[in-house]
Design a protein around this ligand. Sequence first.
Ligand SMILES: Nc1ncnc2c1ncn2[C@@H]1O[C@H](COP(=O)(O)OP(=O)(O)OP(=O)(O)O)[C@@H](O)[C@H]1O
Ligand SMILES: [Mg+2]
Length: 322
Amino acid sequence: MYPAKKVMDEQRRLVKKMQVAEHKSLKAREENLNAINRSTQVIAITSLLIVAILITYSITTFNRENKNKKAADLSASAYQKELETRVTELDRKNRELDQLRSMEKFAATGRMASLMAHEIKNPLNNIILSLEHLKDNQENDEMTGNLLDIISRNTNRVNVLITDLLNSTRFLELNFTSASINDLIDETLETAKDRLQLNNIRVIKNYDAGICDVSVDRDRIKIAFMNIIINAIEAIESKEGVIEIKTAAKNKNCVVSISDNGKGMDQKALSKLFEPFVTSKVKGTGLGLTNSQNIILNHRGSITAQSEESKGTTFTIELPFH
Ligand SMILES: Nc1ncnc2c1ncn2[C@@H]1O[C@H](COP(=O)(O)OP(=O)(O)OP(=O)(O)O)[C@@H](O)[C@H]1O
Ligand SMILES: [Mg+2]
């Protein structure tokens, strides 16, 4: 064999060997790469899965919490509504209780008045008759005459007071007819017109345009309104006196409110307002409001008052619909 060929063969064998070695190393690298790819894919898929689970969990939690929140909001607003209904109901019951209390107080006053009238009137009549007899038989003694006149005037005054008290607290025989509340107030204002003008008082009417008809004894109800309006006129001290009268229909009742910007009164005076003989006026009997309350209670209505010193007073009267 030629040495050159031997070298060539040796080189070819070496090349072949190198090729085989390279092929092996390439294959090993490829397998390595494939393994890396596979684990990368596994990691990617696992990460995606984790992200998907986290998103699903977040959405579910959010939805659940949102749902819980909505349910809580709903039950809170239902609870609030129930609470409001209960407060309204409580208000109504309190008003009814106030009304019952004022009726009971009034009934007690009425009982007391009739007892007094009974117990006082008989002896009083005897005194008056005896006085008349004494006056007729007394000789011309000026001093005795004057004294008898004083006794006579005062016994007559007591008699009038007892009669007025009885009239303002007794059960009334009413002559019911249907009437518009607005007309009744207008008629009362017409009667008070001169006194209103004389005192330069502006009357503001805020009447409900809707029909508010009541079944009342017209004359008596007008007396009840009149006492309140006269009191308002007498309470106004400023030059810009205002009396505001509102009417409205509410819960099967006609509601009338009469407000003035007069001197008002403190809570103590307010609590005794409807009691007989309670007066702050030199010539007042203190029976005006007792009488108004009696008339309104006899109509199965109600009368209440609110007042603030130096601001004014509001009377609210409710009368049942016709
Ligand atoms: N609108 C009012 N503003 C302030 N005080 C008032 C008002 N209405 C009534 N009063 C007070 O209530 C008291 C009782 O009133 P009521 O009408 O019963 O008797 P009076 O007005 O004193 O006497 P009369 O009615 O016989 O003239 C009054 O003296 C007054 O002090
Ligand atoms: Mg009065």
